[in-house]
Design a protein around this ligand. Structure first.
Ligand code: PLP
Length: 431
């Protein structure tokens, strides 16, 4: 069966809103380190790390061993009926790593489920169904998580089950923050938050949910310190802060273990997923103990924190900490940021992000007009030369990269060369 046949079968039985990224989709059949191989035998350097999911690389023996040991026991399911040692051990470690005082952890299967649970906790604790979220955010693909996602293009639904108001943040190339200094950006945002609270809510809001760096939104971020100032206003009203760390957690940004740590404040809850399972389904919420304990209804979660995912998660954390992958993200990330900035192309408006969370925003030369066709061309050129990158951003004109945190300097340089050629080819195409 060819990849074309597989695509036809995919389209016949799967939703048409799930679109493979490339004109000729890739069917992955194996992976090793930072590389994957497709059904036609082509090997690629994976600078998107799945979708920031393959955090410590493909085919890591320590993860396979931990999972195999658990499978050998014959116990793969989870429920609230039984005590599960692997689950408790993982929760203890994540609670400690979170930096949230008196933390408790709810284990789930995905970022969507984690955010859904955080919204449930906040609304229960505060006895309010009003939520604050951020324009152009992405929080997952369930009814509630989509309800707080701040862009209809991604949420695809105008029906939101939650009572949500959006504050401004993120994009700095255009829009209300264009050209502002960091201090002015923060001042303007705080004023915006006060205005949104006063005009679109009763003031009695449950929480603000926000990504420290917007992922799907194109790796745009407010200035460091932003959430600290925002939290002062939230605290005046007793509003909880939920930091969605699904993309920014586990040291990916190099400078900190969590994205929130750039902001001189500690959230009341954080949500995590993606990298911690390194491909296994694992996500969750860390909350202040009193917030977590506010959920008194009997809870049941068949697969959340199952022994297999929990074993994988603990092995991932061991690997991450033993190999100081946060330090590697800082070092190799700096090399990539510097290399990309040095390219100086007229179609590149911005190279941004932190550590191994890097984005390039493409525009029409001499303007800030988004150039999605250029981003697409770069994506395809990279693929043709053996490099996988992601795409995204508000206008679809951003190339995003989130490689495994194990990426070596040699691999970074190899990818940089391919990117440089791809950007040159795309620049020539629009010139
Ligand atoms: N939150 C953020 C910031 C994300 O980027 C994503 C997914 O991309 C999610 C939540 C949803 O996570 P999942 O796809 O694991 O449900």
């Amino acid at each position: 069966m060819t990849t074309d046949d597989l695509l036809a079968r995919h389209r016949a039985v799967m939703p048409n809103w799930i679109n493979p990224l490339y004109a000729d989709p890739i069917e992955l059949v194996s992976g090793s380190g930072a590389r994957v191989t497709d059904a036609a035998g082509r090997t690629y350097l994976d600078f998107f790390g799945g979708v920031l999911t393959t955090m410590i690389g493909y085919d890591i023996p320590e993860i396979a061993d931990a999972v195999r040991r658990q499978l050998d026991t014959g116990i793969a399911h989870s429920s609230t009926l039984y005590l599960i040692r692997k689950q408790v051990e993982l929760a203890e470690r994540i609670a400690k790593l979170s930096g949230i005082p008196n933390a408790k952890v709810f284990l789930a299967n995905s970022g969507t489920e984690a955010n859904e649970t955080a919204l449930l906790l906040a609304t229960q604790f505060r006895r309010s169904n009003q939520i604050l979220a951020v324009r152009n955010s992405y929080h997952g693909r369930s009814f509630g998580a989509l309800g707080v996602t701040g862009n209809r293009g991604w949420s695809a639904s105008s029906l939101t089950p939650v009572n949500v108001s959006y504050i401004h943040s993120g994009e700095r190339l255009r829009g209300i923050f264009a050209g502002l200094s960091d201090a002015d950006y923060i001042e303007r945002s705080v004023a915006d938050l006060r205005e949104v609270l006063a005009t679109t809510t009763s003031g009695d809001v449950a929480c603000l949910i926000a990504e420290p760096i917007q992922g799907v939104g194109g790796f745009v971020a407010p200035p460091d310190g932003f959430f600290g100032e925002i939290k002062k206003v939230l605290d005046e009203h007793g509003i909880l802060w939920v930091s969605d760390e699904v993309q920014t957690g586990w040291g990916r940004t190099g400078e900190h273990f969590w994205g929130y740590q750039a902001h001189d404040a500690v959230p009341d809850m954080l949500t995590f997923a993606k990298g911690v399972g390194n491909g296994f389904a694992l996500g969750g919420v860390v909350a202040r103990g009193d917030v977590m304990d506010s959920l008194t209804a009997t809870s049941f979660n068949t697969f959340g924190g199952n022994p297999v995912s929990s074993s994988a998660g603990s092995a991932v954390l061991d690997y991450l900490l033993d190999h100081d992958l946060q330090g590697n993200a800082a070092r190799v990330g700096a090399l990539l940021h510097e290399g990309l900035r040095a390219l100086g192309s007229p179609v590149v408006a911005e190279v941004r992000g932190k550590g191994l969370m890097i984005a390039i925003e493409f525009v029409r030369p001499g303007t800030t007009d988004p150039a999605p066709a250029v981003a697409l061309r770069v994506l395809e050129e990279c693929k043709a030369h053996g490099l996988l990158v992601g795409k995204g951003g508000l206008h679809g004109n951003v190339v995003r990269m989130g490689p495994p945190l194990t990426l070596t300097e040699a691999e970074a340089k190899e990818g940089l060369d391919i990117l440089a050629d791809a950007i040159r080819a795309a620049t020539d195409a629009v010139a």
